[in-house]
Design a protein around this ligand. Structure first.
Ligand SMILES: Cc1cc2nc3c(=O)[nH]c(=O)nc-3n(C[C@H](O)[C@H](O)[C@H](O)COP(=O)(O)OP(=O)(O)OC[C@H]3O[C@@H](n4cnc5c(N)ncnc54)[C@H](O)[C@@H]3O)c2cc1C
Length: 634
């Protein structure tokens, strides 16, 4: 048989193989991009004119709920959701696993990568001396689902009095009292507690889309002993921190379903994307996505664009004095695009407490001095960024003498099985809280019992130990943020101001003293041989000297070890303008038209607990306000 020449050989043998391989590659690529765009399926509707009834900026906790509630409850609207981060389908396999939550914080794929500023302030114990609060990594979810895609999933709402104080700001604020908020908490929630009793049913919802469940694993042995120790000290049990009272010791509920994270993108946004209709139904489709006219229909749907970062608000320059928002400018695919709102439409900023404030300031709304220093035209002077609230967190570590004592626990806790909560009131003089303070139904401390060690949010898996992380849930100190220039891609400067007020320091000391006391109690000290870890021992840090610690030592310790709970809120405060408010009770930005902010930034006062559920509650309430206003417009 004649020898094939090289080109024939290629045609007969290699080429088909290569074609097959390329075909497989292409199939894989298709599958990949299909999965990426599963959530972005409505992108196909993105055509020439971008006109929408609602433009939602940020697909985080609030943005996802708003999109879903508005698309189903306001007739015949179309909605654009802009999200700076990637689709969560791209990162989903990882983020769904509860055990990845600490590594999610540090992932550049899903995080804005913020750092807080180092701050000098006067020492609490020696007020003539200057001390330093170190700058810290400050994670914020940059992904569809926002922080709900990367958070620690603890389901907690705060206390009745938190919301009653929101409502106490004026008669019109009554729509934010606990009664109204409870209705919203329940509407959003889908609680999977087995055999809930009547008391539980009074406080919980079972038909919403935000999935909440008890820890999927049984409590680890040592955790049970923590409950015993807490009880012995006079701390009562609590099996529902979101029920009638918050004080006590008990297990948390999580925003999970069947042991997996359910972000707001998995629940609310996914449901919003199911609605794709034409209006009017019998008309042919308009080539443009927005507005319908001349006998053609518009698409009634939510159009989600990931990797799309809003740069600023487009104002109606013909009516300059009125500050009428008519659209947004955003960056996507290497270019700048505009999207506009239809006549009854609104721009709704849901960028989270750092970014919403930044977006407003970049658009000319904020403190005059800061804007002028950044050469930004001031359209409306408001205290944007001034009321930055957050929960400081500090921890102590206990070493277990039994070899591998917490190794099983590590595995369990990675499935969120053993995070135990202890809620009590701290002592304002820095003493160990008394029994009365344990029984106070309005606690201000929340302690997590974690059966693993983390230093600077990094798990140390080589050591048999646990971490008691305690959070000051109603701090008096208030931080702020400010722009450093007019570049929308630069992070604002974040000043947390932790422990600026002495009472915060004293209360934190009191909480840590209590936790130290717990470690000395049997059966922790006897059965488990628990010993507090000094810092020289394992981590090469400075050491707590013996048992004796003065309040000065505690202050040094606290300033060195404090982190945040990442419950950033309050920077676009809902309050009367004269009280530093930036939005009114209906969340409309003062001195503007067609512009609202709906997310954690509107909290006037920080709730006494984790804040994902409160943000969800705010978004649901806001959807009702927006719906009402839309229906009442001309
Ligand atoms: C690490 C961590 C752990 C936490 N743990 C818990 C917990 O266990 N329990 C709990 O209840 N709460 C927890 N929280 C807090 C809670 O998850 C958040 O407070 C809440 O999700 C905030 O919701 P949001 O809608 O205000 O903002 P986000 O969820 O942050 O959403 C804002 C969205 O807007 C996008 N965005 C911002 N700027 C722009 C722009 N210019 N253009 C387009 N898109 C933009 C962002 O990328 C983001 O997706 C945690 C938070 C963090 C960061």
């Amino acid at each position: 048989m004649a020898e094939l020449n090289p080109s024939d050989k290629y045609a007969e043998t290699i080429h088909p193989k290569l074609t097959k391989k390329l075909k497989i590659d292409a199939e894989i690529r298709n599958l990949w991009s299909e999965s990426i765009h599963r959530r972005d399926q409505c992108q196909t509707f993105m055509k020439t004119d971008e006109i929408y009834d609602f433009i939602i900026v940020g697909a985080g906790t609030a943005g996802c709920i708003l999109a879903r509630e508005l698309i189903y409850n306001v007739p015949n609207v179309n909605i654009l959701v802009l999200e700076a981060g990637p689709p969560d389908a791209q990162v989903n396999d990882k983020v769904r696993l509860p055990c990845t939550f600490l590594s999610n914080f540090r992932s550049s794929e899903t995080d804005w990568g913020y750092y807080t500023e180092e701050q000098r302030m006067l020492s609490t114990m020696e007020p003539i001396k200057e001390v330093i609060n170190k700058g810290m990594r400050y994670p914020r979810g940059k992904v569809i689902g926002g922080c709900s895609t990367v958070n620690s999933m603890v389901y907690m709402r705060g206390q009745k009095s938190d919301y009653d104080s929101w409502a106490a700001q004026g008669p019109e604020y009554i729509i934010w009292d606990y009664g109204h908020c409870l209705e919203a908490f329940k509407a959003v929630e889908n609680n999977a507690r087995a055999n809930p009793d009547e008391e539980f049913k009074k406080y919980h919802g079972f038909d919403g889309l935000l999935h909440v469940q008890d820890s999927p694993n049984d409590t680890y042995e040592m955790t049970k002993d923590f409950i015993k120790v807490a009880n012995n000290l006079g701390i009562p049990c609590n099996n529902d921190f979101n029920g009638v009272r918050q004080n006590g010791v008990g297990k948390y509920q999580y925003t999970m379903k069947d042991g997996k994270r359910i972000s707001l993108a998995d629940s609310y946004l996914a449901d919003a994307l199911k609605k794709v209709e034409k209006y009017p139904p019998l008309m042919p489709l308009t080539p443009a996505f927005g507005g319908f006219a001349g006998g053609v229909a518009k698409v009634v749907a939510v159009n989600v664009k990931s990797f799309s970062q809003m740069l600023g608000i487009i104002w109606d320059e013909e009516n300059e004095d009125e500050n009428i928002a008519i659209g947004v400018k955003y960056f996507c695919n290497g270019g700048i695009h505009n999207a506009f709102i239809a006549p009854k439409g609104e721009v709704i900023i849901c960028g989270g407490a750092v970014n919403s404030a930044q977006i407003l300031m970049l658009s000319g709304i904020g403190p005059k001095n800061n804007l002028e220093a950044c050469e930004i035209k001031v359209r409306k002077e408001l205290s944007v960024g001034r009321n930055l609230l957050d929960h400081p967190l500090c921890h102590i570590t206990g070493k277990v003498s039994i070899p591998n004592g917490t190794n099983d626990a590590l595995i369990h806790s990675w499935c969120c099985g053993i995070k135990l909560g202890i809620h009590y009131k701290g002592n304002v003089e820095g003493k160990i809280p008394s029994k009365d303070e344990f029984l106070d139904e309005r606690p201000d401390f929340q302690t997590y019992v974690n059966a693993f060690v983390f230093e600077y949010n990094i798990i140390q898996s080589n050591i048999s130990a646990f971490t008691l992380a305690t959070v000051l849930n109603c701090p008096s100190s208030v931080g702020h943020l400010e722009l450093c220039n007019s570049n929308p891609f630069m992070q604002p400067k974040i000043f947390l101001n932790f422990y600026e007020k002495p009472e915060d320091m004293y209360r934190m000391i009191s909480s840590l003293k209590l936790l130290r006391e717990m470690l000395k109690q049997p059966p922790l000290s006897t059965v488990w041989g628990v010993k507090e870890l000094g810092f020289n021992d394992e981590f090469g840090k400075w050491c707590i000297v013996g048992d004796e610690m003065s309040d000065e030592d505690w202050e040094r310790y606290i300033r060195e070890k404090t982190s945040s709970s990442f419950h950033t809120c309050g920077t676009v405060k809902m309050a009367p303008e004269s009280q530093g408010g930036c939005v009114n009770h209906r969340l409309q930005v003062y001195g503007t038209k067609n512009l609202r902010v709906v997310d954690a930034s509107i909290f006037p006062i920080i709730p006494n607990g984790n804040i994902n559920a409160p943000v969800a509650m705010v978004a649901w309430r806001a959807s009702k306000l927006i719906e009402e206003d839309y229906k009442n417009k001309f």
